[in-house]
Write a protein that binds this ligand. Structure first.
Ligand SMILES: Nc1ncnc2c1ncn2[C@@H]1O[C@H](COP(=O)(O)OP(=O)(O)O)[C@@H](O)[C@H]1O
Ligand SMILES: O=P(O)(O)OC[C@H]1O[C@H](OP(=O)(O)OP(=O)(O)O)[C@H](O)[C@@H]1O
Length: 184
């Protein structure tokens, strides 16, 4: 059976990249898909930085399994990042909530991992992360993006609170995804 694409979603600053790293550290076989983004390279998050022109070329060449736009940027999951799915290995990917409908159509075993935290926690974390300007942070906080209506009902949605330590959220997510591990 193919592996599951575990789409990690939630508002900006909720801790998607942080919790994915904590999950992978606890489960070494769990792959974190590296996104291609039209954003300059950053030490805080591993992604493939691309110019708009390079992104468009790669997209036209069919190099992306999924692509979407948000925050004035283009994002994609390059096909090779998801090669393990065909061999039965699960993969984690930080996705837009608005890309979930397309992801469900493309990946038969999609699971949504929705991270949650109160608004004041998000604001403090984005300020602490320091990647965006104050205006950009305000725009991210104002972005309301509920789980899309076109998400099929049979796609499992796991909701995890990440207002405590990120390791606790990672443990809770892994226990929900791999109940056999928790039971043993
Ligand atoms: N559970 C947590 N407790 C405290 N700080 C956190 C937690 N999760 C993430 N952070 C911090 O919050 C900021 C945003 O986290 P990040 O993983 O970049 O979120 P996202 O990818 O959802 O925007 C980062 O500076 C990160 O270190
Ligand atoms: O439609 P939304 O669910 O709001 O998501 C918008 C975008 O934000 C995230 O990327 P990015 O890593 O740039 O942002 P973040 O780390 O601040 O969440 C996510 O992967 C989407 O590409």
């Amino acid at each position: 059976m193919s592996g599951r694409l575990i789409a990690v979603v939630g508002p900006s600053g909720v801790g998607k990249d942080t919790v994915m790293a904590e999950m992978a550290a606890r489960r070494p076989g769990l792959h974190v898909a590296r996104r291609a983004i039209t954003r300059p390279a950053a030490a805080s998050e591993p992604f493939e930085p691309l110019s708009e022109a390079a992104f468009a070329r790669r997209e036209a060449a069919g190099d992306f399994a999924l692509a979407w736009r948000a925050h004035g940027l283009a994002y994609a999951l390059p096909v090779p990042e998801l090669a393990g799915l065909a061999e039965g290995r699960d993969a984690l990917a930080n996705l837009s909530r608005r890309a979930l409908g397309a992801a469900a159509a493309r990946f038969p075993r999609l699971v949504v991992l929705a991270l949650e935290a109160p608004a004041e926690v998000l604001a403090a974390r984005l300020a602490g992360r320091g990647r965006e300007s104050a205006d950009e942070i305000a725009a991210r906080l104002a972005r309301a993006a509920p789980l899309p209506a076109d998400l099929p009902e049979d796609v499992p949605v796991i909701r995890i609170d990440n207002s405590g330590p990120p390791g606790a959220a990672a443990e809770a997510a892994l226990a929900a995804l791999y109940p056999e591990r928790a039971a043993s």
